[in-house]
Design a protein around this ligand. Structure first.
Ligand code: NDP
Length: 284
């Protein structure tokens, strides 16, 4: 009998361990709340060992796992299929065992969309999004699939920004355009949703601010930040001070966890216990 038989189910995370991994703490809090005899463990897997790690997960009957940078794209070659948005985004952060096959999903954008739709239905709306990296791709594709009419990508690097705009125009129904970020950006009138999908404001650079004229944030706009640490970024506080509906990055992180657990276990878990765990780690 193998040592792992005492665990009824295993899910996992191929990333780098740290003292208290917020994702592990958050997912295990949900397992505990719902009495699930499951474990979510964190394994450091360098890209050159990724194929071996996937074989190991298959051999041990893992129900799935998450991936962090730099494994989100490399993983695709080792999987048996991809969900729709993961295929368009070209990156996988969540793998699910379905009928003996490992299927790659992208729950980052879905988690963001869940937070957003709690406040506003993006269908027919106009969105400005700062950034064109992995988080921006995932958010842009999901919001576009959900029916956003217009997405303006604002990015420093014109090539990366242009690639995302081309992807959105070619693979989704949304109308996307690029603004190369050079100096203080002014949000155009008529914008409904503003998203920071860059690393600006992430710990330890907590005092960093987006080059943005904050007076162009208008009452009623929904303003979302992807930064989780700290959750109350300058952007979140500036948006609240101007009467916008502000969303912090913890909602996205919690919701991608909720969606992943649903994929693995079939259970809708209580998001509040997961958020409470993150607030204990990052501060509310
Ligand atoms: P990437 O490295 O793929 O992309 C980073 C993006 O930020 C690029 O568009 C880059 O612009 C831009 N950027 C970085 N620094 C600056 C700066 N000083 N000025 C202007 N633009 C800048 O990172 P990810 O997309 O993977 O992650 C972005 C953020 O999203 C991270 O903070 C991450 O923690 C967060 N995240 C949050 C999640 C959540 O659940 N809340 C989930 C996933 C990510 P350029 O192309 O010009 O270099």
């Amino acid at each position: 009998m193998s040592e792992l038989n005492f665990l009824s189910e295993l899910t996992g995370c191929f990333s780098r361990p740290c003292a208290e991994n917020p994702s592990v703490a958050m997912v295990e809090a949900a397992y505990h709340r719902h009495g699930l005899d499951w474990r979510y463990i964190n394994c450091e897997v360098p890209p050159e060992r990724l194929g071996d790690a996937v074989l190991g997960a298959r051999a041990m009957g893992w129900r799935g796992f998450n991936l962090s940078i730099p494994n989100k794209i490399e993983i695709i070659q080792y999987l048996d299929g991809l969900g729709e948005s993961a295929r368009i985004i070209g990156a996988v952060n969540c793998v699910v065992a379905r009928d003996g096959k490992l299927i790659g999903e992208n729950t980052d954008g879905k988690g963001f969309l869940q937070s957003l739709t709690d406040k506003v239905d993006p269908a027919g709306k106009s969105m400005v999004m700062f950034g064109a990296g992995g988080a921006a791709r995932a958010i842009g594709v999901e919001v576009a699939i959900a029916g956003a009419a217009k997405i303006t990508v604002v990015n420093r690097n014109a090539q990366r920004g242009g690639e995302l705009v081309t992807l959105l125009n070619d693979k989704t129904p949304a109308d996307a355009d690029l603004v190369v970020w050079d100096g203080e950006y002014r949000i155009p009138d008529g914008t409904d949703i503003v998203v920071n999908a860059t690393c600006i404001g992430l710990f330890p650079d907590v005092d960093a601010r987006l080059p943005l004229d904050v007076d162009t944030l208008k009452e009623g706009m929904v303003v979302a930040d992807v930064i989780t640490n700290p959750p109350r970024t300058h952007l979140v506080r500036d948006a609240e001070a101007r009467g916008c509906v502000a969303l912090d990055g913890m909602g996205m992180l919690v919701n991608q966890g909720v969606i992943g657990i649903k994929y693995w276990t079939g259970i809708d878990v209580d998001a509040s216990v997961m958020r409470a765990k993150l607030e204990a780690i990052f501060g509310g």
